[in-house]
Design a protein. Structure first.
Length: 277
């Protein structure tokens, strides 16, 4: 009965009736994990069509909203705006920029309760880009989202997240700067290249996020270090050795600007280039 129903579901999809294929799979008296895998595969293939009446149909037959959100999170070219409701009659809209894509993806991952993936999206993609662009609104939003995940037990919080959170906290404080936090942040920055090496070498048990780019990450670390050193120079009690020890992370502003422009214009992705090299 199980094999026959699976074949029937396949035939329905071939005929273009993929939503009824999901209905058949939902009612199969078979291994729940196998059934879930089949339904999620269909949702991933047709996520761009899940809006309006189809979205309502899936809700009525009992497809978990978290599964739908997860499928929408990884739409490759056009994401359903996070403001779109299940009963919306509007089709997915083209995102205006990468920031919109990442915001929608993050929101979908949170709705899907995929908190670890949401965290990796922040530290691998959103944080480096926000820091390089250095837009105050982006940094503030990054701080809110990192703070949201910091205390979540399902999030594999690591030194990378800690550095990004402390950095944006310093940048969004304005004139109320905590000198001790700035000094701690500079010290933590010195250890980040080894953390990045462990992640890239697979020693931390995870792979990089889909849109991760090591050039952007390196430029963000350089920019963070340069700005933190500039802040520390404002205080007379800072030893010169501390600044010299951190200088190896810096890249000349002109070179950093060129790298970012090349990355943005050509969408370069060097998957084997290590950020610590």
């Amino acid at each position: 009965t199980g094999d026959l129903s699976f074949n029937y579901a396949d035939q329905l999809e071939i005929c273009g009736l993929w939503k009824w294929s999901i209905y058949v799979l939902l009612n199969l008296p078979v291994n729940s994990r196998l059934r879930e895998r089949g339904i999620k595969s269909l949702l991933g293939s047709y996520a761009h069509m899940i809006y309006g009446p189809i979205a309502l149909f899936l809700k009525e037959i009992g497809v978990p909203q978290s599964w739908i959100s997860l499928a929408k999170a990884w739409l490759p070219g056009y994401l359903v705006p996070s403001s779109m409701t299940l009963d919306s009659s509007d089709p997915p809209a083209e995102p205006k920029d990468l920031r919109t894509i990442h915001e929608n993806r993050f929101d979908c991952l949170i709705k899907a309760q995929e908190f670890a993936e949401a965290y990796y999206l922040l530290v691998d993609v959103v944080a480096p880009r926000s820091i390089v662009e250095h837009r105050k609104d982006s940094l503030k939003k990054l701080e809110e989202r990192l703070s949201q995940l910091e205390l979540n037990s399902a999030v594999p919080w690591d030194p990378l997240g800690e550095v990004y959170l402390n950095y944006v906290a310093v940048q969004t404080k304005g004139t109320e700067i905590d000198v001790n936090l700035v000094k701690v942040l500079l010290k933590d920055l010195e250890g980040i290249p080894s953390v990045i090496k462990e992640i890239n070498d697979g020693l931390r048990g995870r792979s990089r996020c889909l849109d991760y780019n090591p050039i952007m990450e390196r430029c963000s670390l350089s920019g963070m270090t340069a700005r933190i050193i500039s802040l520390i120079r404002m205080f007379a009690d800072v030893e010169i050795d501390v600044l010299r020890q951190a200088s190896y992370l810096q890249v000349a502003p002109e070179k950093r600007k060129t790298q970012v422009e090349e990355l943005t214009l050509r969408s370069v992705s060097y998957t084997h280039l290590r950020a610590h090299e």
